[in-house]
Design a protein around this ligand. Sequence first.
Ligand code: VAH
Length: 323
Amino acid sequence: MGTEKILIIGSCGQLGTELVESLRGIYGDANVVASDLKKADNPVFEGGPFEELDILDKKRFSEVLSKHKPTHIYHLAALLSATAEKNPEFAWKLNMDGLFHVLDAAKEDKSISRVYWPSSIAAFGPNTPRFDTPQYGPMDPTTVYGITKYTGELYIQYYYNRYGVDTRSLRYPGLIGYKSLPGGGTTDYAVAIYHDALREGKHTCFLGEGTTLPMLYMPDALKATLEVMHAPADQIKMRMSYNLAGMSFSPEEIAASIQQHLPEFKIEYAPDYRQQIANSWPAVIDDSLAREHWGWKPEFNLEDMTTDMLLNIKQMYFQGGNN
Ligand code: VAH
């Protein structure tokens, strides 16, 4: 793939860890620079360059840019929904100032030819239609995380229109994978449930029965991210953030899919403050624009995902893999 040089900011998170691996497979280890506050203890980060970077530190960011001269930046560093509610002021600062540092760098240095920034279904709110949630419609996010995502969407579009920064973005649903753990999200239960099922045989869910949320299996999330970043610019007709869907399920539905493999598995419910966050989000997303513009099509449904998650997590715990 050409002479691209990639910088991933926030690379030790749930998505970043897997994206580093995928991008190194495409561009070569030396051309993908991973960065985060601290290097995580994971062999993925030993395979190529890593920089310690706090994206709020502009001077350090400039140093990293001068050293590596990236052409594409994936800016993933953010507080997620649940953590952000515990520290709303810092969440605004990190999620917005971090984004501006990246957008301003791309505005000033035209060799940064593409910027990826993730949005989320958290950009929607209680007055958004919950089913078949359209790309355009009422947007009234009630969490600080959702507010930063919606504001960020407006700004990435603004930088595209006003300064020609080639910004690309997806509204992720909850992401589920076995190679890395999520941190601080409202959808995290859907990862923890698989680990608990195999280790404990039971899971106590922090969301209640009937809480249907949109979710996406990590291989599909990676596929969508790479597709939207690699699509020719004229196919990206949406410069805010694309609706993106994979599957939707409630805690009892994911539990039932696990019971197909582990009939003794039990789920209990102890909803906490995250229930209110989940209640403000859509249940089923209409992603027809992504399908029309750049050919999006997910591959995994709930059953396929459960089979794959259980198989891989079992290997990690019981056959000496790493996590
Ligand atoms: C969160 N996983 O729970 C994130 C996501 C759809 C929600 O953005 O905060």
